[in-house]
Write a protein that binds this ligand. Structure first.
Ligand code: GLC
Length: 672
């Protein structure tokens, strides 16, 4: 049962698309004050677990810390960070009482989940203008499924997007791309996509390509396609300010950019230098911006990634002016012979702090406006919707460009509702072991909020990766719908062929392609039934007290459990089995080892070049032969591994049109 409570005058976020009538009175759980903003308080039982919050820091169980939904270009995902790129305001309290809460509020909102006081959950925001959805259910899993039904079907990518994609910020020329493809093919490392980061553009201008480094761009797209490779370009939120650049000129002329209070177009510096933000919350501007994707689809492009759409601001003129002022003061003080040295130390610190706050400064988000339904609304009041609406612009445009076709689309920033238009990647992580675990923990939480097509930068974006870390990360990446190796310019190269003993990488990615019919089938079942692809163990084993605590193993689909190794130099790891399972290892010689393990704790050995998974009691999964790209997978000749007598219902479709197959028509495969 879902109840909606309306406070003040909420902004229509369109996160929820099913009509839920508004209730009178107050929710049965917790208490609410609307005096200084909005505050929800609930006293938790000692045993209560709190799930949700999608892309956020720390554990699967969110209890014991605080989190702030405020979409931020945050490149340092250290434990104390309260906000990352997304705003996913669903929490589910699981215990004696089970209920979910969705705070549909598009600006900054804080979740204190036993941080200030161990037993107290407080959710608060500055303005009491929001919709609160309260979901009652038998279990957290049931609550999530109900929630997913009201927010609409999750985005479904084309099947090729389940292949492996290579990316790096720093590929600049056709030759760079050709080399990536040649090296993969030469080393027989499967590959379906190569991502184009900002350097393909002309001076970082959206929807352009550099004619010097990419002459005959459409021919190049076809050259890649002939090798079964899709090029996936990045699109950034900011449009370069440059007279004569048609997108800039059109946006200015039609007033499609976000404006300052005085009506001038707002200027923020991002990669191209000064940019304007398309007002994607305004329907006309959104349609205009979305239609620009056509410039690239007409060249044969079938997928995109939307970036810097929190929106990221490196600095603004106002911010720089403030610093200049402070600098003047500081210089005057230093010149003043009477100023003592400690005083000037303090000024230096203040100045440094100011410099550090230049980027992503909250004051800048108060300096521009959107035009929604004829009304001006200050950006900070709807800040968390920008990435969602940029991706919505693209999603709506794809419907116009080719309504029957699926395009690949994922974004960095998001809000619930965006899950209908695209997936997300989890942004600028580091080549750190702790980030493999963070990646794993985010996956089920993201699924709860509707984001099924998701994955992290495998191998880590910033800092230098090691061979061991990349291999271990890859053994998790094999299971994430979005499987992409991405890294920052200037870091150690981490394409798989850069490392010694490339065959280990070839083997692990090969396992992805062997599992792909199963992974795709489970993804489609989850998407078509508003279900989860990744689940915490607790969702399927709610009565098992041990399962409730497991944070480093998750369920995938209905047949398997995954438990990657996330520790340097480890030869294996401890796992907890909530029931008897078959421990499967994909060995480097192409064979599969199988061992039945009883319910309970086990130490399992997992070599660096092996991929482990666990098949649940009474289940089986299909396995294809490996392939160099998705279309080459032969699903006509598959074997099954798992429990004798088990059956698996395989979902299949053409992988590119929106004519999804009815689930009743799944092909039933059985182990003989
Ligand atoms: C941002 C993105 C990253 C990209 C870089 C350059 O940091 O998160 O993925 O490589 O910008 O475009």
């Amino acid at each position: 049962m879902i109840q909606k409570y309306v406070y003040g005058n909420p902004f229509p976020t369109e996160a929820v698309i099913t009509e839920v009538p508004a209730e009178e009175g107050s929710p049965v759980y917790g208490s609410i004050t609307e005096k200084d903003g909005f505050c929800f308080t609930y006293i938790m039982d000692e045993q209560d677990i709190v799930y949700g919050l999608g892309e956020s820091n720390r554990g699967l169980n969110k209890r014991g810390y605080r989190y702030i939904s405020n979409c931020t270009d945050e490149p340092h995902h250290t434990e104390e960070k309260l906000s990352l790129y997304g705003a996913h305001n669903l929490i589910v309290i699981a215990g004696e009482k089970n209920f979910g809460l969705f705070f549909d509020y598009p600006s900054t909102i804080s979740f204190d989940i036993g941080y200030t006081k161990a037993d107290t959950l407080t959710v608060s925001c500055k303005e009491a203008d929001l919709n609160l959805f309260v979901i009652d259910g038998d279990s957290p899993y049931d609550i999530v499924k109900q929630f997913r039904r009201i927010i609409g079907r999750s985005y479904i990518p084309p099947k090729f997007a389940f292949g492996f994609g290579q990316s790096r910020w720093g590929y600049r020329t056709k030759e760079d791309f050709r080399e990536v493809v040649t090296e993969h093919r030469k080393n027989n490392i499967p590959l379906d996509m190569v991502y184009m980061d900002i350097d393909y553009m002309q001076d970082f201008k959206d929807f352009t390509w550099n004619e010097e480094t990419f002459p005959d761009f459409p021919e190049f797209v076809q050259e890649m396609k002939a090798q079964n490779i899709r090029l996936i370009p990045i699109i950034d939120a900011g449009v370069k300010v440059e007279k004569g650049y048609d997108i800039y000129d059109e946006g200015v002329k039609n007033r499609y950019f976000c404006q300052r209070e005085d009506g001038s177009d707002y200027v923020a510096a991002v990669w191209p230098g000064d940019t304007h933000f398309p007002d994607v919350l305004n329907k006309d501007a959104r349609t205009w911006f979305g239609d620009k994707y056509r410039i690239l689809t007409e060249q044969g492009i079938e997928g995109f990634w939307n970036d810097m759409n929190e929106p990221a601001i490196f600095y603004s003129k106002d911010g720089v002016e403030e610093i200049k002022e402070q600098m003047k003061e500081f210089l005057a003080q230093s010149d003043n012979a009477e100023a003592n040295s400690s005083h000037s130390d303090m000024s230096i610190l203040a100045l440094t702090e100011k410099m550090n706050k230049l980027s992503g400064n909250e004051k800048d988000y108060q300096r521009f406006y959107h035009m929604v339904g004829g009304k001006r609304i200050r950006h900070d009041k709807v800040h968390n919707l920008f990435g969602y609406h940029m991706t919505r612009a693209a999603g709506e445009a794809f419907e116009r460009i080719d309504p029957g076709k699926r395009f690949l689309m994922f974004s960095r920033s998001s809000y619930i509702g965006m899950h209908r238009y695209g997936g997300i990647w989890t942004g600028d992580n580091m080549s750190w072991w702790s980030h493999i675990l963070l990646n794993l923990k985010m996956l089920p939480s993201l699924n709860m909020c509707g984001f099924l097509y998701t994955g992290a930068d495998i191998g880590g974006f910033a800092s230098d990766a090691t061979r061991e870390l990349v291999l271990r990360w890859l053994a998790l990446g094999v299971f994430t719908p979005l499987m992409r190796n991405h890294s920052a310019d200037g870091t150690r190269r981490q394409e798989f062929y850069q490392f010694e003993d490339t065959e280990d990488f070839r083997h692990i990615i090969g396992v992805r392609y062997r599992l792909l019919p199963y992974l795709y089938s489970e993804y489609m079942k989850a998407a078509l039934q508003d279900d989860m692809y990744f689940k915490p163990l607790a969702f399927d084993y709610p009565k098992d007290p041990m399962a409730l605590q497991v944070e480093d193993q998750i369920l995938l689909g209905n047949e398997i459990m995954i438990a990657p190794v996330c520790t340097q130099n480890a030869k294996g790891r401890y796992v907890y089995l909530p029931e008897e399972m078959k421990f499967i290892k994909f060995l480097p010689d192409g064979t599969v080892s199988e061992e039945t393990l009883k319910k309970g704790h086990h130490y399992v050995e997992i070599a660096l070049n092996e991929v482990p998974l666990f098949i649940r009691s009474g289940k089986c999964i299909p396995l294809a032969g490996t392939a160099e790209y998705v279309d080459a997978i032969d699903s006509g000749h598959m074997t099954l591994i798992g429990y004798k007598g088990a059956e698996y219902a395989l979902y299949e479709d053409d992988g590119i049109s929106k004519k999804y197959a009815p689930l009743e028509q799944c092909r039933v495969l059985a182990i003989s």
